[in-house]
Design a protein around this ligand. Structure first.
Ligand SMILES: [Fe+2]
Length: 189
């Protein structure tokens, strides 16, 4: 493994070992993500920049063998968006290039315990420049949609999650439902 990436993963593991609380974890990993973005980025290989005209592309960089961490490069062509979703995990996101937009949703009734009768309301928007770092913690689950507006350049972002991110909930806001979606590596759906 590249030494910059090796150090990032080792330091993130140390944070996870030291802190049980998700907020403490993202607080302490956010500066590590900043440092990773400030590095020579030698860990980013051509494979990590693959895009897909059908949907945003999810390229795995590192999946830890104990399942505690996974790091992906996501490549967003203009006009590509996620569905409204959560992660069931904490996460730290850093922007390599382009402008990533995040639209938040709030669960009106607090923590979501079932797959139906979910009332969501639109929250704020955040625009993330190259070098920006953002994070989220679950419970109640962080719900959002993320993407790149039409007419902008391709965006590449790094996403570190507190588990092997092989599934997540997507939400149908109008119907008030959610579904658990399996998420193969290298793919976005
Ligand atoms: Fe997300």
């Amino acid at each position: 493994m590249d030494h910059v990436l090796d150090r990032f993963i080792a330091d993130a593991h140390a944070v996870v070992t030291r802190y049980e609380d998700a907020a403490e974890r993202v607080t302490n990993i956010a500066p590590l993500m900043r440092r990773l973005l400030d590095s020579d980025r030698s860990f980013l290989q051509p494979d990590h920049f693959r895009s897909n005209p059908e949907h945003y592309q999810r390229n795995a960089i590192h999946i830890s063998s104990d399942g505690h961490l996974s790091l992906f490069a996501l490549v967003w062509l203009p006009g590509q968006w996620t569905p409204v979703h959560d992660h069931g995990s904490w996460g730290v996101v850093g922007i390599v290039q382009g402008l990533l937009e995040e639209r938040s949703y709030m669960a009106i009734d607090g923590e979501i315990t079932g797959d139906t009768g979910i009332r969501l309301r639109r929250g704020g928007v955040i625009l993330l420049n190259p070098g920006s770092v953002t994070s989220f913690v679950p419970n109640p689950d962080h719900i959002h949609m993320t993407g790149v507006a039409e007419g902008l350049e391709t965006c590449v972002s790094l996403h570190l999650y507190g588990r092997n991110m092989n599934s997540f909930h997507t939400y149908d806001v109008a119907a008030g439902t959610r579904h658990l979606i399996d998420l193969p590596h290298q793919e976005s759906r």
